[in-house]
Design a binder for this molecule. Structure first.
Ligand SMILES: NC(=O)C1=CN([C@@H]2O[C@H](COP(=O)(O)OP(=O)(O)OC[C@H]3O[C@@H](n4cnc5c(N)ncnc54)[C@H](OP(=O)(O)O)[C@@H]3O)[C@@H](O)[C@H]2O)[C@H](O)CC1
Ligand SMILES: [K+]
Length: 505
């Protein structure tokens, strides 16, 4: 599913109006109808409703919803904020329609002084102040109104976007001046800012309402951001030839684990084996040999001459993919071995965990990375790698996007919605997974899966996307059985087969 920017939403609106064709006011009526249906599905007619409408089309939607709710016998009061006499055309049309509505309790147009109504428990506030047209942080009277609504005990439904929240960049938004909605009814598609963890408590429960914007328009307008869907992954799954033997299924090399961190190597190796690859070899220090041999008997162990660390680059001729980093440690000899290993590796590479931390302390090496390299940092690892601290997820994502372009790399910024930044500057968000997966070793499992998929024959973009998605589905299946609280990385590995089976359906 594409995520359009505020400007692109306008373009899509225009496209729909011209090509369907439909009058702009009728499109607003269609949106209001969908909004009203969603509201009436959750709140009964005994609910007193207070609608706050802004001067633009978000306000127009709100006024149309006020009329529809009043017609359905909800006790509805509406406030329209028309401070600068700048109502949009469709907002003006809906103001007139609302004024003609006999069943509305009260309509107040605020042009100067505003005497706020009492907002009590059990009441419902419809927030239609600003939507995708917000162009600067809220201040003055609007900021005070937002604070007033937020501190009230009433429930709040935001139309399209909680007022005060920008569709994309909230770096300069004042967080106290953003509506904290209980429910956001967003039109047609998610907004980019909805993907970031710090915005979740503004959005509340999210519902996406289909308002029938042009399918051709959606198809033809290119989007930088999108959310991956089940059908995209299903179409990418490689199927086994019935005559396959292990030699055809690829051979993966994982370099992982230092002394005391053998678990990272075990988890990555197990996940790699579960991802369909024919053969897995684990490069690990001598002391980890027995642990690996016993816990992952299916894997071949290539032990380093060093007892505790990875110090000797491995010949990669016989391998189809390399995953390196989980539990590696950041010893200086390991750092030298890492960059030598990267330089001599011709097959696709996944860098994770300590491999990324090592690069963060040798940032000049970033320029030596081969094109097409995959990196899977969590936010802190990414910040170390980029050598900067970011104010919010949007700023961090922008940096990851530009780094992916600059290095021709695939960067998976891990998080609630992991974001795959591709070398062409586009970003694809994952849509599976849950908070239970924020647990030690979860990242090692992802590295194992992606390395396995690469060895199995998936191209980089496909391996990253399928890997993120599978990892999330495995987590969702595990959480259903064991609950999020007790989920461990080992549980994820156990559920990879079911995740594949789900995608095979
Ligand atoms: N395709 C769809 O999804 C549809 C969406 N609809 C609804 O339309 C809004 C977007 O409407 P738009 O008119 O573009 O924008 P807004 O209503 O959000 O706001 C524009 C007005 O707000 C003023 N503004 C902007 N920022 C501020 C601020 N910080 N403080 C005060 N005022 C502000 C702006 O004034 P300017 O002079 O600054 O331009 C405008 O007056 C979308 O969210 C949906 O709800 C359609 O109804 C159906 C199709
Ligand atoms: K709003």
């Amino acid at each position: 599913m594409k995520i359009f920017t505020g400007a692109q939403v306008k373009e899509l609106d225009k496209y729909t109006i011209e090509h369907e064709p439909i009058k702009s006011e009728d499109l607003m009526e269609r949106a209001a109808d969908a909004l009203t249906r969603a509201i009436t599905a959750s709140w009964g007619t005994d609910t007193a409703v207070v609608v706050f409408a802004g001067p633009g089309n978000n306000g127009g939607d709100a006024l149309a919803v006020a009329r529809m709710l009043a017609e359905k016998d909800y006790r509805t009061t509406a406030y329209l904020f028309n401070i600068g006499n700048t109502l949009s055309e469709d907002c003006t049309i809906n103001k007139k329609r609302l004024q003609d509505c006999k069943k509305l309790r009260k309509f107040i147009e605020v042009t100067n002084e505003f005497d706020p109504p009492r907002l009590e428990k059990g009441m419902l506030v419809i927030d239609g102040l600003f939507g995708s047209g917000l162009n600067k942080p809220l201040a003055g009277g609007f900021a005070s109104l937002v604070k007033y609504i937020n501190q009230s005990p009433a429930q709040v439904v935001s139309i399209d976007i909680p007022s005060g929240l920008m569709s994309e960049d909230n770096t300069y938004s004042v967080r106290a001046n953003i509506i904290k909605a209980d429910m956001t009814l967003t039109l047609q598609q998610k907004k980019l800012s909805f993907m970031f963890p710090e915005n979740q408590n503004f959005i509340g429960k999210l519902q996406i309402l289909d308002i029938g914007l042009s399918k051709d328009g959606i198809e033809s307008i290119p989007a930088t951001y999108s959310v991956v869907e089940e059908k995209d992954i299903k179409a990418r799954i490689l199927h086994r030839n019935s005559f396959a033997h292990k030699g055809d299924m690829g051979s993966a090399l994982l370099i992982a684990g230092s002394y005391g961190m053998a678990g990272a190597a075990v988890l990555a190796a197990k996940a790699c084996l579960r991802s369909g690859t024919g053969k897995v070899t684990v490069g690990t220090p001598k002391r980890n040999n027995d642990i690996l041999q016993i816990s992952v008997p299916e894997a071949i162990v290539h032990h380093d001459k060093d007892d505790k660390y990875f110090t000797e680059p491995i010949d990669v001729e016989e391998f189809d993919a390399l995953g390196i980093g989980p539990g590696l440690g950041q010893n200086e000899n390991t750092a030298i071995a890492l960059i030598t290993q990267i330089r001599k590796t011709q097959v696709p590479i996944v860098l994770d965990a300590d491999a990324l931390n090592i690069l963060a302390s040798h940032r000049a090496w970033l320029q030596q990375l081969p094109k097409g390299i995959i990196m899977t940092p969590h936010p802190k690892e990414f910040e170390r790698l980029a050598g900067n601290h970011y104010v919010d997820s949007y700023e961090r994502l922008c940096k990851a996007q530009s780094m992916a372009q600059q290095l021709h790399a695939y960067i998976i910024l891990k998080g609630h919605h992991s974001a795959l930044c591709l070398p062409d500057g586009t970003v694809i968000f994952n849509s599976t997974g849950n908070a239970g997966m924020a647990t030690a070793g979860s990242g090692d499992v992802l590295t194992g899966i992606i390395t396995g998929l690469l060895a199995r024959g998936y191209k980089q973009a496909e391996a990253c996307l399928t890997g993120m998605y599978l990892h999330g589905i495995a987590g969702d299946i595990a959480a259903k059985e064991k609950g999020m609280e007790s989920l461990t990385a080992g549980d994820l590995i156990e559920k990879i087969p079911q995740a594949f089976a789900f995608l095979d359906k």
